[in-house]
Design a protein around this ligand. Structure first.
Ligand SMILES: NC(=O)c1ccc[n+]([C@@H]2O[C@H](COP(=O)([O-])OP(=O)(O)OC[C@H]3O[C@@H](n4cnc5c(N)ncnc54)[C@H](OP(=O)(O)O)[C@@H]3O)[C@@H](O)[C@H]2O)c1
Length: 261
């Protein structure tokens, strides 16, 4: 069977400098890693970032086995200057960006009644503010050619409010709003750039371990029923990216079949 993003590789035959370029934030694990792997298989050159240097280097080496160019840079998305330097590096290497995957994100289980301000701040800075900065910088590269696709990895927690998610759910409601706001701004400026949000339910990644600060609770989260795997979300992203230019997939909700809410 053809790759789900076959159209992308069709764009990019022999000359590697003519391949489409995709940026994936948070590519060191989980959903971002799976998306980067699928994009590499489909022939994209990749710009990947995260904070864990060793992990990122391992991912970059694996991706390079697909004979694509990979720019990997350690970036803490809470620091705007690091984000801007990453975009400068992309501009220097390709002066082109076809796809931005705003994937990096995290949750802290910190209630509104007694949570730590720093934990709230980190969620807001990574899940919301960095996503806005990356989007703005990506658009500045896409606009001159009036072509590109931005994908936000949101969450089912941006569609309903689960118990005890504190600020996390609010950040994903923000992403939902930012998706529609960007769509409207792009339409108002008659741009052909597209925006998609993908909203996963429970996916087995490092997310739950970090959220609960407990390996046992993470294992419990992922064993209650067959949960999604990161590749399931990569498939949803591929679906959106593979649509013809006149089709803009705006939101995809993906739950494990047995997830209740
Ligand atoms: N897993 C789920 O059940 C689930 C459900 C709905 C939505 N999501 C969303 O899916 C996205 C990916 O999460 P995941 O499940 O794949 O979890 P994950 O395995 O923990 O991956 C999170 C990624 O974000 C990166 N990241 C976090 N903080 C960062 C920062 N300050 N600067 C740069 N990179 C940062 C991490 O890299 P470093 O730690 O190396 O920096 C990592 O690559 C998130 O937006 C999350 O909200 C997940």
């Amino acid at each position: 069977m053809a790759s789900p993003i076959a159209r992308a590789s069709e764009l990019t035959p022999a000359d590697p400098t003519k391949r489409p370029v995709a940026m994936v934030t948070g590519a060191s694990s989980g959903i971002g890693l799976a998306i980067a792997q699928q994009l590499a298989t489909s022939g994209y050159n990749l710009a990947i970032c995260a904070r864990r240097e060793n992990r990122l280097a391992e991912v970059a080496n694996t991706l390079r086995r697909q004979n694509i160019d990979v720019l990997s840079q350690v970036v803490d998305l809470r620091d705007e200057s690091q984000i801007l330097s990453f975009f400068t590096a992309v501009k220097r290497q390709w002066n082109q960006l076809d796809v931005l995957i705003n994937n990096a994100g995290l949750g802290h289980k910190e209630s509104l009644m007694s949570g730590e301000t720093e934990a709230w701040r980190e969620m807001l800075e990574v899940n919301v503010l960095a996503l806005c900065i990356c989007t703005r910088e990506a658009i500045s590269l896409m606009q001159p050619v009036n072509k590109g696709h931005i994908v936000h990895v949101s969450s089912m927690s941006g569609h309903r409010v689960p118990a005890i998610t504190g600020v996390y759910s609010a950040t994903k409601f923000a992403v939902r709003s930012l998706t529609e706001t960007l769509r409207r701004e792009l339409r108002a400026s008659n741009s052909a750039i597209r925006i998609t949000s993908v909203s996963p339910g429970i996916v087995e990644t490092e997310f739950a371990q970090k959220y609960h600060q407990s390996a046992d609770q993470a294992a419990q989260t992922y064993s209650q029923f067959p949960v999604l795997q990161a590749v399931d979300i990569a498939n949803a992203v591929s679906y959106a990216l593979s649509q013809p230019a006149h089709v803009e997939v705006n939101d995809i909700l993906v739950r494990p079949t047995h997830q209740e809410s």
